[in-house]
Design a protein around this ligand. Structure first.
Ligand code: IPM
Ligand code: MG
Length: 364
């Protein structure tokens, strides 16, 4: 099982080693061999090679079954042109690897209900999945740029979706919903945008092949409101690249901390049983807390569980990781982002070590 590892920038360098230790723990308990290939991307690659996604790193990613990524970016590289910013590495990997489907599960660990800014009775029992289209829409559409226009400047980006792009993401949403509560909410802005009108039409068309799944449509502004009003109504949310970016951050906060949420970006087939994928926490590089051993490694550790499940088809192993995380939280251990009085505050490394220890108690 070939895994490309890109810690990236900021807290990426602290959380990724914890996730690797957990994978190695899984290897020992369940008797698997993982082959890790390290590479530089983002600011770390800019500093060494002058570009965010060096050819070597891209090649490593393309040859692997799965990619584990920490985070990219930081104030140091903010002044750079868009074409060479750290974020380009992420967008480049998504595009080059054809990772068109981004799955962001939003689940509340019950013992963290108090860590959310929302009332417990609103968030208890939430379990939703954001299926975000990841290689199209306004992130990649052209024309784009800033140009001189009638004596002033004009900035342009283009939201564009083709039928095949909508078809394949809709299928992912319906297929995934089948394994869950069989409910898909498609989010668009069809009251204003033509591109949304096409999105809605195509999703409705594809739905005919999934009569066992319930489909509803929702405007994005309403969805933003419904997510904090009554998030339990949602099972699978399927939406565009930009809307998914925004709504998944909002949804993440329902769980108390963005430091808890993993993600999988899926596309082409892997040589193994599952889908080729890139796995990363949904949070960023958090430069303000980088290097202080306070970042929460759980999102990255849970991303590794998703990797085992989706790319390698190792469901038992994935569940073992999730159970270990659950146990450690139940025992009251918390990183700073989810800490409240009466809990035991631990750092990044200690949190990783505790999860690994619970994992080793597990029988393969
Ligand atoms: C995300 C991030 C990225 C995105 C940035 C870092 C380019 O916010 O994965 O949600 O906008 O897709
Ligand atoms: Mg985002």
């Amino acid at each position: 099982m070939k895994i490309a590892v890109f810690p990236g920038d900021g807290i990426g360098e602290e959380i990724v080693p914890q996730a690797i230790a957990v994978l190695e723990g899984i290897g020992k308990v369940f008797n698997h061999q993982f082959d890790f290939q390290y590479g530089f991307i983002g600011g770390a690659a800019i500093d060494r090679f002058g570009e965010p996604l060096p050819k070597e790193s891209l090649a490593t990613a393309l040859l692997a079954d799965a990619v584990l990524l920490g985070a990219v970016g930081g104030p140091k590289w903010e002044g750079l042109d868009y074409s060479v910013r750290p974020e380009r590495a992420l967008l480049g990997l998504r595009e080059q690897m054809g990772l068109y489907a981004n799955l962001r599960p939003v689940m509340l660990f019950p013992m963290l209900a108090g860590a959310s800014t929302l009332k417990s009775e609103v968030i208890e029992g939430i379990n939703l999945l954001v299926v975000r289209e990841l290689t199209g829409g306004i992130y990649f559409g052209s024309p784009r740029g800033v140009e001189k226009y009638e004596g002033h400047e004009r900035g342009v980006n283009t939201e564009v979706y083709t039928t095949p792009e909508i078809v394949r993401i809709a299928k992912v949403a319906f297929e995934t919903a089948r394994k869950r509560r069989k409910k898909v909410t498609s989010v668009d802005k069809a009251n204003v945008l033509e591109v949304s009108e096409l999105w809605r039409k195509v999703v409705t068309e594809i739905h005919k092949d999934y009569p066992d799944v319930a489909l509803s449509h929702m405007y994005v502004d309403n969805c933003a409101m419904q997510l904090i009003r009554n998030p339990r109504q949602f099972d699978v949310l399927v939406t565009t690249n930009l809307f998914g970016d925004i709504l998944s951050d909002e949804a993440a906060m329902l769980t108390g901390s963005i430091g808890m949420l993993p993600s999988a970006s899926l596309g082409g087939e892997s040589r193994k049983t599952g889908l080729k994928g890139m796995y990363e926490p949904i949070h960023g590089s958090a430069p303000d807390i980088a290097g202080k051993d306070v970042a929460n490694p759980i999102a990255t550790i849970l991303s590794v569980a998703m990797m085992l499940q989706y790319t390698f088809g190792l469901d038992r192993e994935a569940i073992a990781i999730e159970s270990a995380v659950f146990e450690v939280l139940k025992e009251g251990y918390r990183t700073e982002d989810i800490y409240s009085l009466d809990n035991k505050k631990v750092g990044t490394k200690e949190m990783g070590r505790l999860i690994l220890e619970r994992l080793k108690g597990h029988r393969g």
